[in-house]
Ligand binder design. Sequence first.
Ligand code: NDP
Length: 446
Amino acid sequence: MSIQSAVEQVQKNYAHQPEFIQAVQEVAMTIEQVYADNPKFAELKVFERLCEPDRIISFRVNWENDKGEVQVNRGWRVQFSNAIGPYKGGLRFHPTVNEGVLKFLGFEQIFKNALTGLPMGGGKGGSDFDPKGKSDAEIRRFCYAFMRELHKNIGKDMDVPAGDIGVGGREVNYMFAMYKNLTREYEGVLTGKGVGFGGSLIRTEATGYGLVYFLDNMLKANNDSLTGKTVLVSGAGNVAQYAAEKALQLGGKVITFSDSQGTLHDADGFTQEKIDWVKAQKDARKPLSDYVSVFGGEWLAGEKPWKFTADIALPCATQNEVNEDEARQMVANGIKYVAEGANMPLTAEAIDVVRDNGIAYAPGKAANAGGVAVSGLEMSQNSVRQYKSFAELDEKLQNIMKNIHDNSRAAAEKYGTTKGTIDYMTGANVAGFTQVANALVAYGIL
Ligand code: NDP
């Protein structure tokens, strides 16, 4: 069976899971040469095997709202591949979550985790629970109820979830408390825990900071730097906030944030004081649009940030948030670098536009791997029960992002197809896939 027929099989079996098909197609189109160079991959049907998760656990979550009414949600854990380490990947709580979305995220996670150089397999989970508008007590009851089921299928050497959209430190802490209560084990079963009871310093900042460290390496590869560059950030959550902060620290001028309600534009650039305001406002689940009455700028209801002229775009909200027309807008507005903070924020058509127009493009599985990398470091710290300082972990994060960049670049030089720019998409896919594929070949047919 060729790579193409594996893709056709996925299209046939999972026609109702468009995001998963999109993620599989993107990897498939970049690994044909490496497959041809390694006949064992085809013989052992490595890619075909990686397109099917090891297993998917699905369950019902009953909980009570503040009015005492019974609520029912769906929960999942996709254990995709533990070829190179325990299943590892976040939990997402959002009404758009379904099995196909979690499969796309889990599939991406396999290769992302391999790129970090740390021993982590790929997984993802979550629920269609909507945290918006819920009280703290409701969030707590939901997290407890979710873990009441999930705990049966996770463990420090088996499967180690973390946060994602709708799941931050508060939710991880509630879930960890329930795991500990049910199992009587105090172990590193979740990452992103509070510092002081198992959590790692810099985990909160890691994805956003790591994204900008990757970007910095991209710029250096082009004899360029962040100093004086104008940056568009989408999203206003964890990844967006810390990407903006690090971009500012390295000399960039960030002029947008966005959320599901619209875009905030500040032509003067977000200072640390303004970014802190955005963090506090989002944490308090209050509207981003209030910014205008405090600092000025403009609020564009229902719009995205891509209409503004800038040098760099960092999409940090969600999947498929940049379509073909918006990618054309980026090209017209002078964007030279796109680095993905979110997972798969560009549609396949948008990726084509960006790559065809000579924009340096870093896919999420390379550029946003800093979060899971520090989660990997949290797992090690939990195992040895010793905790590193912020500065030590920041240095490790910078080294990991540089290695991901350099390994992706080296693979791009061998297998890349774009002209004039480094083909990070092919490079990251080839580097991540090869590592996992070699493990599967070594294991035989299991
Ligand atoms: P958060 O929940 O902290 O923030 C998400 C942000 O994106 C919010 O501003 C939210 O707006 C916006 N958003 C979510 N869904 C939509 C939508 N359908 N349309 C428009 N805006 C939307 O999540 P994170 O910052 O943690 O995650 C953002 C992205 O980064 C995701 O793709 C995630 O998978 C990826 N990622 C996260 C990592 C992490 O460590 N957290 C690691 C690697 C990748 P609103 O507030 O209005 O809902």
